[in-house]
Design a protein around this ligand. Sequence first.
Ligand code: 5GP
Ligand code: SF4
Length: 444
Amino acid sequence: MARDLYWSLLSLNHRGQQSHGFAVLNAEGISRSVGLGPLPEVPPEIPDGEIGIGHARYATSGGSSAEELIRDAQPVVVGGPGRRMALAYNGNVANAMELRRSLEASGALISTGSDAELIALELLRGLEASGLRSAMSRLSTRVDGAYSLVGIIDDGTVFAARDPNGIRPLFTFESGPLFIAASETVAFDMYGVGPAVPVEPGELVVASEDGVHHHRYAPPRPEHICSFEYAYFARPDSILGGRYVYEVRRELGRRLAARHAGVARRVDSVVPVPETAVDAAYGFHEVSGKPVETLVFKHRFVRARAFMSGGGERQGLISRKYNVSKRAAGRRIALMDDSIVRGDTLRHLISALRSVGASEVHVFSTFPKISHPCFYGVDMATYGELIGYNRSPNEVAASIGADSVNYQDLDDFLEVVGRSACVACVTGQYPTEKAALLAAAALR
Ligand code: 5GP
Ligand code: SF4
């Protein structure tokens, strides 16, 4: 089991590279092992057992020093001799401060800086008072935000649950004694099993000696899946909303070429920023007829994602991570990226392309203009860091040195990713109450 856990987590390593970890239940109880950075190429020592969970972390809470990252690595293990639980989660708690204070006031000992422990402690409280379903229901009234959870309880139970808005993805597969839960369908491909079934918003799936049971712990609501999953986070070979993510990206590229046909006609070729924008560039080509050219290269072994590191380090990383080809000289380029958050990546690439002689650089973003922060697990939590906030596309173009910036039209985007998807970072309409309050407070 330990090996399977390693390989399936490896298939999800693109979701987070700051730390990784495993928790396994065996005769000795729950044991945990964590490490810094992405999963190592040589599988680490993972205790064997019948049940295990793993996590690859992309931090949106807690500290960023090596010590803090190890301290905050997931899975977290909470509880004492009576009952212990290991929990791993994807998402972000919008009211983390409030939750932390209330837990501390009631005597809880919090030992990490991450939201995962807060969720785990809350859940454990509920669990001690009643069953897992009521514990999840109680949790959903106290936690505002996005959370897809997997956990193990030391009585031999394993569970998976998704927040009532379904902001982060989560899938399960069950067959006889085999039960698997994971954020993306590629993890199931690793085992050669499927189809992976989406956990519904507000659904709890519990696997124990009595078999697998599905419960609804919160009233059904439309799924507000994070639309950034389609543009950026998920692997292209994952299936989300019933479609391969690469198909969605391709369609986003087609839409861009159709919506901004004038600029599309003007350019000589479309150049994707590797790797997330490659599928969209092919879609752009289908509609515009313009060739896809590889003029921006990503160093394969510079693995950290630029936005995952802080300030100065980030700039250095961006310039080490990409290289541009001198073949860009004299070319009018449509530079395709999945999204524009701070604009640092594009500013760097545009300047590099111009320095080798590109004559025009028109940016195309598969994601609409991001002008609001995210409180649900994408690390862009302030207005100040967003280049799209309070700037028109022309002003964004001026700031990053582009000849034009062509964003995905919101209506086109929603037609492709689905009308109920979360686009709060575009519209400022947050699917949960406390995130909306946080955004309003951030503006004041
Ligand atoms: P930039 O901030 O330089 O505009 O974006 C850097 C790249 O990281 C873009 O390709 C963007 O899609 C990607 N990205 C993905 N997730 C995030 C995130 O949470 N924050 C930021 N800033 N960029 C992200
Ligand atoms: Fe995703 Fe944006 Fe919603 Fe955050 S605000 S969950 S990034 S769509």
